[in-house]
Design a protein around this ligand. Structure first.
Ligand code: CP3
Length: 364
């Protein structure tokens, strides 16, 4: 298991320790306050919607871009400069730590993560590279360097570190690539629960180390993406997934940064997703925020949930929707405005900037 039993605190020059980001709108809302400026950022705000991104990425493969600290940092900063959003999210990918651990994985444009070989049996899991020794921690150096470069430029704007949750990562590994219903993964958790447990413990340790490296290097918050958790019943989530997600978050729980937990199609799972150790729950566009807050008993701030489809609708339609999201978010203890999933690649970036200006201008 990934060792984090040494008590390590944030260093005195960490943005959340030296006060740079402590009272930022994002961190305040994550801590159930109502800052004067209503915070907003967009999942997948870096990426193909930005012409400057397409130019900077030209000729560089996705994972190579993630592992080149200066480029990853530049791509992280682009949307902050352009849109005046209240957070940066580190430019990386949920499969970066798998690659750094030695797994044969690549990202195919227009497809997503694809593995050289699916991982399906006890032997496959036993053959996964060890992440217990110092070699994996050392391999995370480009991540730490990219975060440090970024934070040095961001000033009082917080950087969010992120990782994929054990289930979503394990689903890619068992399927060998993207799939619609994650059938092979869901079969494995019932057919061979021991192998499933070993695999999700491994993905939890890899992803927990990735998250902790980002926070120690300067990220002021952390977000766990369990994008595909919505394909699970509550019973399966609780029995076969939640323990691994708790394990993945353990390496950052002691650091005092707010932790957001997001998935899509998770209306039935919101309470269980909070209970693995989240401070903030990310809500997708399928459930209104006041209803999400009701299901959570008003216990945690929410993040979300503008429907990405409406970014391409006429402005009055989008504006009315954004105002509705903000009004419903007011019922929760805190609210960070975001999309209900990532920015679609063909989004007009000027629309995103206009949404930011609108949200910052809404009183109360
Ligand atoms: O701006 C940000 O939000 C930060 C960067 C970020 C990326 N991936 C960059 C990326 C984040 C937070 C992710 C997380 C991620 N990656 C998730 C969880 C979030 C979600 O969307 O549900 C998942 C499931 C992945 C796996 C993955 N990586 C997919 C499905 C894809 C899309 C493939 C495609 O080309 O359509 C990727 C590639 C990827 N990750 C891109 C970016 C900017 C596109 C690569 C490119 O521009 O060539």
């Amino acid at each position: 298991m990934y060792r984090h039993n040494r008590v390590v605190r944030l260093t005195p020059n960490h943005p959340l320790a030296d006060g740079r980001t402590t009272h930022s709108p994002l961190i305040s809302a994550f801590r159930s306050q109502r800052p004067d400026r209503r915070p907003i950022w967009f999942m997948r705000q870096a990426g193909r919607s930005l012409p400057e991104y397409r130019r900077a990425r030209e000729g560089t493969a996705m994972l190579d871009a993630c592992l080149t600290p200066a480029l990853a940092s530049e791509l992280t900063l682009q949307p902050v400069r352009r849109h005046d959003v209240d957070a940066a999210i580190f430019f990386s990918d949920i499969v970066v730590p798998l690659r750094l651990a030695g797994v044969d994985v690549d990202i195919k444009p227009g497809v997503g993560p694809v593995l050289g070989r699916a991982v399906r049996t006890a032997d496959d899991v036993a053959a996964l590279p060890s992440v217990e020794d110092g070699a994996f921690a050392e391999a995370l150096a480009p991540v730490r360097d990219g975060v440090a470069l970024t934070v040095a430029e961001l000033g009082s704007t917080p950087l969010i570190g992120f990782a994929g949750a054990p289930f979503t990562l394990a689903a890619y590994m068992v399927e060998g690539g993207p799939s619609r219903d994650h059938l092979a993964a869901r079969t494995l958790m019932h057919a061979d629960p021991q192998t499933w447990r070993a695999l999700t413990a491994w993905t939890a340790d890899v992803t927990g180390a990735f998250l902790r490296a980002q926070v120690l290097a300067g990220a002021s918050a952390a977000q766990l993406f369990d994008s595909w958790a919505g394909s699970l019943s509550l019973a399966d989530y609780t029995a076969h997934v939640a323990p691994a997600s708790t394990r993945a978050l353990a390496p950052v729980r002691d650091l005092g940064v707010p932790v957001v937990h997001f998935g899509t199609g998770t209306g039935e799972l919101l309470v269980a997703m909070r209970d693995v150790g989240a401070d903030v729950v990310g809500v997708d566009y399928r459930i209104p925020l006041d209803e999400a807050n009701r299901r959570l008993g008003g216990t945690v701030p929410l993040q979300g949930n503008i429907d990405p489809a409406l970014l391409a609708a006429p402005w009055p339609v989008l504006e009315a929707h954004v105002r509705d999201v903000v009004a419903r978010g007011a019922s929760a203890p805190g609210h960070v405005v975001n999309l209900g999933h990532g920015v679609p690649p063909d989004t007009d970036p000027d629309v995103l900037t206009r949404v930011v200006t609108l949200v910052h201008g809404i009183a109360g």
